[in-house]
Design a binder for this molecule. Sequence first.
Ligand code: SAM
Length: 292
Amino acid sequence: MIAPEIASPAVTRHILKSFGLHASKRLGQNFLVDGAVVKDIVAAAEIVAGDRVLEIGPGIGTLTQGLLEAGAHVTAVELDKKLPAVLAETLASYDHLHVVPGDILKTDIRALMENQPFKVAANLPYYITTPILLALLEQHLPITHIVTMVQKEVAERMIAAPGSKIYGALSVAVQYHTEPRIVREVAPRSFIPAPEVASAVIACRKREKPPVEVEDERMFFRVVRAAFGQRRKTLANALLGVGASKTAVRHALEEAGIDAQRRGETLRLAEFAHLANVFFAGKRDDGQEANA
Ligand code: SAM
């Protein structure tokens, strides 16, 4: 049996050596070796006994162990084919662990979690952080909390306010669906191998409903993508990316009371919503005229 706490450099090295494992750069493997960080993730996820948790990339079971100790029922999706056998040993003494081999981006998460409320906890592989976060947010899954380790720079983008250089489509998506806060920063020495960048734990509590009235979410995110797709351009030009004519864009900006010379990165959520609602109403009216 392996020593009780995996989250230490000595135990992690021991596990890697005894299973002949080498951290794979390609799979974004940086194993957490800092027990205090594991505790902070578990606390930020507000785990109580019986909570259903999806863990993405359990690795050798470091965070998984913290979650199981807190009484969570963990479903852990791991892409590295070598690791399920390792987890079967490192976490042999725990019930309530279901390891699912596979790629999280190809997993039907709703079906896996049986469409019942769940929390997400992870030390994410950094090469696919944004696609994973967007997949979790956009599918309207019954998630209550997402608590993850990400690059510090990504955490800062997630909480960025309008007007800042790092405010972008990810900030809008995260803040539209959740209330994010940075729990703590994490130094490279908290991992084996140490990543080249600083990290942070971010906790996103899912909102019951979005903070702004949006008539059509697809249109909302189309507008957001267009506005940030051409960051240097004024809204008058960038919004042509929505697929509307120059006149329609001018009209929509006027109707929403937004200066056409502004840039997307200055728009608050409410302004994106207002603009998207005007575009949506225009599209609906066009449709009605065409049907008349
Ligand atoms: N949770 C462990 C820890 O904290 O030490 C490992 C974290 S490591 C940063 C990321 C983990 O995600 C690795 O175990 C890696 O094999 C796994 N992974 C990488 N890509 C994945 C994918 N597409 N789907 C599921 N797991 C993936």
